[in-house]
Design a protein around this ligand. Sequence first.
Ligand SMILES: O=C(CO)COP(=O)(O)O
Length: 248
Amino acid sequence: MRRPFIAGNWKMNKTISEGLVLVKELKEVAEKTDVEVAVCVPFIALKDIKEEIKDSKIKLGAQNMHWEESGAFTGEISPVMLKDIGVDYVIIGHSERRQYFNETDETVNKKIKSALKHEINPIVCVGETLEEREKGIEKDIVKNQVLKAFDGVEKDDVTKIVIAYEPIWAIGTGKTASSEDANEMCAFIRKTIEEKYGIDVSERVRIQYGGSVKPHNVTDIMNQADIDGALVGGASLKADAFTEIVNF
Ligand SMILES: O=C(CO)COP(=O)(O)O
């Protein structure tokens, strides 16, 4: 019922020409699978990558955006600009943006509502730090992030949003949450959505896991009942590894 969704987050990697080489190699796997496949690429590569994948099944994502449509916001990119290129998805509230660029639950919420208004599907990231997990407060943290992210979001829009559960301690560290722990949190997120919007919505919203997803662990992760996909960092930078992940 929920279509599996594997998205690569290239982060600050790949020049435009390197990115073009990579997406050319991903077209075939996207063609042959029922899994939805997306690449979330640096802003400056969006247009060229779009041109390259326009006749393929690969979807295009950005990694951030401002919530305003235009204005005096030096260095920022607006939803109007992303839509103009034909972007399908935008990652919002990645932990690296929360950690290094002062992104808050409030800005995440504004960005989600703005993306929806401009018909770009948000991939909203939530997840706890290691310290929070060790204290046993990870569910409180994640619930709070989810509720703040969805504040004021209309019921009809909820399933346009993809939620990515990315425990911060698992990102780029080679440590994955056990698939059972990851599933437990994803089920808890789904419950949180159910409490706010009802089960008809919560059963349809897609929840990804992210954090050191690799070819060797993806099958186990994707076999979990409440995990509908993966947001892949490092392993999305190589065609062979990402292809294996898509073919979980
Ligand atoms: O942050 C991530 C995806 O957004 C995960 O990154 P890694 O797969 O490199 O751990």
